[in-house]
Ligand binder design. Structure first.
Ligand code: FAD
Ligand code: DHB
Length: 395
C-alpha cells in the first residue's frame, strides 16, 4: 500500500528549473513536493553551465539564493571573439548597459537545495518508479518509491515536469509539435586546476575548430573544444587537449595556462523545441521542453526563466483562481525560447568549422567582421547574450 499525501504542486526533477520553481512557489506561500531520481551528490556535482544573464542573477537573489553568488560570482562586462589571429572585445556594459556573471550550475544547484532544506522542504532524492497520472483531471497524481523503498502517491493541484530532456513528462503531452536540428559536431569540455589567463570568456574560431575559454573561479578554468559528432573521449589524452587549446587560442606573447584536468566529457549539439509546454494540469519547464546548443550559454537561463513565469502563473491559479497567466504560459515561454534558439544557432553557426567548406568559411569571416566592426551588430549580439526579455520575479 502506498503512503498517500497532498500538495499543491508536484515537481519532477531537482535541476535548476525544478529547484527554482519550488523555491519561488514557497516564497508565495505555495507548497510543493520535489522528486528526483538521482542522489543529492550527483545533482550537485554534474558539470554543466556557467554563464548567467543579468536577469538570472537578479532572480536568484530575489529567490534568496544569491548570497554566495554575490561573493563568488565573477561579473564580466562582455566577451572576446577571436578569429584569424585577432581578438576583439564586445563590451555588453557599454553597448546595452548589462553585464553577465560566471557562476557554475553546480553551485546554483547547491545553493537552491540548501535554501529549500533550510526552509524545511523535503526533496526526495534517489526516488525510483516516478510516474505521473490523471493530468487532465483537477487532481493529478505524482507517485514514486522513496530511497528507503516506501511507495508514495501524492495528489496535487498541478504537476511541473522539470525532468530534463530524457524525463518522463514530455511524452505525456499528446500532439506535441517537435522542432529539431542536430549539428555535425560535439563539445569536449574540461575542468582544470589552472588560473584562467584571460579576464573574460574567449570564443575562438580557428581553422582546426571552435574553442571556448571559460572559468569557474580565479583558480579553475573551464574550456571547450569542437570535436566531430561521433568523437570518443578515449581518443583525447590530456596532452592532446592542451595542444589543441594552445593552437586554437594562439596569440603572440599569450598562452592558455595549463593544470591538472579534473573532469572531461563530450556533449552533442542539438536544438530542440517542443510545444505546447502544457497539457491539462501538467506544465513542462526547462530542458524537458527545449534544448539549445551550448554556444551562447542560454540553456540554464531559459530553465530559470520558465520557472519564474510558471511560479507567477501557478500563484495566480492556485491562490486567486485566475487562469490567465497559466493559459498564456506556453506561449509566453516559447516566444523567449525561440529567440534564444535563434541566437544559439547564430552563435553556433558563426563559430564552428565545417571541414572543406570554403563558402561557409568566408560567410563566417564576413559575419565575425560585421559583429566586431559594426556597433549595431555588436549591440544585437550583446542584447541577446546578456538576456533579451528575461522574465522578472516579483513577490
Ligand atoms: P536538468 O538540469 O537536466 O535537470 C533535470 C533533473 O530531472 C535532473 O536532475 C534529472 O536527474 C531529473 N530527472 C530526470 N528524469 C527524472 C525522473 N524520471 N524522475 C525524477 N527526476 C528525473 N546553459 C546556460 O544557460 N549557460 C551555459 O553556460 C551552459 N553551458 C552548458 C554547457 C554544457 C557542457 C551543457 C551540457 C549544458 C550547458 N547549458 C548551459 C545548459 C544547461 O546546463 C541546461 O539547460 C540546464 O541544466 C537545464 O536545467 P533543467 O532543470 O531544465 O534540467
Ligand atoms: C560556459 C558554457 C557555454 O556554453 C558558454 O557559451 C559560456 C560559458 C561555461 O560553462 O562556463
Amino acid at each position: 500500500m502506498a503512503v498517500t499525501s497532498r500538495t499543491q504542486v508536484g515537481i519532477v526533477g531537482a535541476g535548476p528549473a525544478g529547484l527554482m520553481l519550488s523555491q519561488l512557489l514557497a516564497l508565495r506561500g505555495i507548497d510543493s513536493v520535489l522528486v528526483e531520481n538521482r542522489t543529492r551528490e550527483y545533482c550537485e556535482a554534474r558539470q554543466r553551465a556557467g554563464m548567467l544573464e543579468a536577469g538570472t542573477v537578479a532572480a536568484l537573489r530575489a529567490a534568496g539564493a544569491g548570497k554566495r553568488l554575490d561573493v563568488e560570482g565573477l561579473e564580466h562586462d562582455g566577451i572576446y571573439l577571436q578569429f584569424r589571429g585577432e581578438r576583439h572585445h564586445v563590451n555588453f556594459r557599454e553597448l546595452v548597459g548589462r553585464t553577465v556573471t560566471v557562476y557554475a550550475q553546480t553551485e546554483i544547484v547547491k545553493d537552491l537545495i540548501a535554501a529549500r532544506l533550510a526552509a524545511g522542504a523535503a526533496i526526495e532524492f534517489s526516488a525510483s518508479s516516478v510516474a505521473i497520472s490523471d493530468v487532465t483531471s483537477d487532481s493529478p497524481v505524482l507517485s514514486y518509491v522513496d530511497a528507503s523503498g516506501v511507495a508514495h502517491e501524492v495528489t496535487c493541484d498541478v504537476i511541473a515536469g522539470c525532468d530534463g530532456f530524457h524525463g518522463i513528462s514530455r511524452p505525456l503531452v499528446p500532439g506535441l509539435s517537435l522542432y529539431e536540428r542536430s549539428y555535425p559536431y560535439s563539445w569536449l569540455g574540461i575542468l582544470a586546476d589552472a588560473p584562467p589567463s584571460t579576464d573574460e570568456l574567449i570564443y575562438s574560431r580557428h581553422e582546426s575548430g571552435f574553442a571556448l575559454y571559460s572559468m569557474r573561479s580565479p583558480e579553475v578554468s573551464r574550456l571547450y573544444l569542437q570535436v566531430p559528432a561521433d568523437e570518443r573521449l578515449e581518443d583525447w589524452s590530456d596532452d592532446r587537449v592542451w595542444s589543441q587549446l594552445q593552437l586554437r587560442f594562439a596569440l603572440p606573447g599569450w598562452s592558455v595556462s595549463e593544470g591538472r584536468i579534473t573532469d572531461k566529457s563530450i556533449t552533442p549539439m542539438r536544438s530542440f523545441v517542443a510545444g505546447p509546454m502544457r497539457h491539462g494540469r501538467l506544465f513542462l519547464a526547462g530542458d524537458a521542453a527545449h534544448i539549445v546548443p551550448p554556444c551562447g550559454a542560454k540553456g540554464l537561463n531559459l530553465a530559470v526563466g520558465d520557472a519564474i513565469v510558471l511560479a507567477s502563473a501557478l500563484s495566480d491559479l492556485l491562490t486567486e483562481g485566475s487562469s490567465t497567466l497559466a493559459d498564456a504560459y506556453s506561449d509566453t515561454c516559447l516566444s523567449r525560447v525561440w529567440r534564444a534558439t535563434h541566437f544559439s544557432y547564430f552563435m553556433t553557426s558563426m563559430m564552428h568549422v565545417l571541414p572543406d567548406d570554403p563558402f561557409d568559411d568566408l560567410i563566417q569571416l564576413a559575419q565575425l567582421r560585421y559583429v566586431t566592426g559594426s556597433r549595431p551588430a555588436a549591440t544585437s549580439l550583446a542584447e541577446n547574450y546578456s538576456g533579451y526579455e528575461s522574465p522578472r520575479f516579483e513577490i
